[in-house]
Design a binder for this molecule. Structure first.
Ligand SMILES: N[C@@H](CCC(=O)N[C@@H](CS)C(=O)NCC(=O)O)C(=O)O
Length: 204
């Protein structure tokens, strides 16, 4: 059975978990990271030299980097479905996946730490700047979802798996947000999917 290492409250672990649930792949999740440790053991470092989660072992094929894992799962189990075979559709979905990793995530974490995980940390100036950046970024996503129903294109796919946990974090931060009707409608649809059970934990 496919094994995935990573604590269930990690956004980067939740991305492949959404994909695994969507694809109906049986899996065993092994707690690792932060209080669970594991990631600094020589055995884990042999799988993932970064000492981060997630990592998967799919019948001997070991892979780390959350978005690469999502791509692999979708490409190997759902070519033409969750992994678009049309090169242009796929490139557009991958572009949003890269944007999620490089642009969308960091400013959310600047808000997440003081609001949820480490109250009392951070400084107000960085917080306000990150909040403005997040609003701009989620505005871009809202504009995309005004033009198409899913981040991947016409159907729920790999890019939606990577965006769902990030949007979940954003919508559950205890703070005000600007209205984003298209993003909110997409997120409501995501939360109505059975795969969304992996997002049910309160933010921590
Ligand atoms: N780019 C990596 C980042 C992985 C990452 O930063 N994972 C965090 C959890 S979200 C981690 O392992 N933190 C240390 C820990 O949990 O012990 C990916 O997307 O997989």
């Amino acid at each position: 059975m496919l094994r995935i290492w990573g604590r269930s409250n990690s956004l980067n672990v939740q991305k492949p978990l959404v994909a695994l649930e969507e694809l109906g792949i049986p899996y065993e999740r092994i707690d690792a990271g932060l209080a669970f440790g594991v990631v600094n053991t020589p055995e884990y470092r042999a799988l993932n030299p970064n000492g981060l989660v997630p990592t998967i072992d799919d019948d001997g094929f070991v892979l780390w980097e959350s978005n690469s894992i999502v791509r692999y799962l979708c490409a190997s189990r759902s070519p033409g479905g969750m992994w678009p075979t049309d090169a242009k559709v796929r490139a557009q979905a991958e572009r949003w996946m890269d944007w999620q990793l490089t642009t969308l995530l960091a400013p959310i974490n600047v808000l997440f730490l003081p609001l949820v995980r480490a109250p009392g940390t951070g400084d107000p100036k960085s917080f306000d700047a990150a909040r403005a950046t997040c609003e701009r970024n989620f505005g871009e996503l809202d504009a995309l979802l005004a033009r198409q129903p899913f981040v991947t294109g016409d159907a729920f796919g790999m890019a939606d798996c990577t965006m769902a946990p990030v949007a979940h974090r954003w919508f559950n931060l205890p703070m005000e947000r600007q209205p984003r009707p298209h993003l909110e409608a997409w997120y409501a649809g995501v939360r109505a999917r059975p795969s969304s059970k992996v997002l049910e934990l309160p933010l921590s």
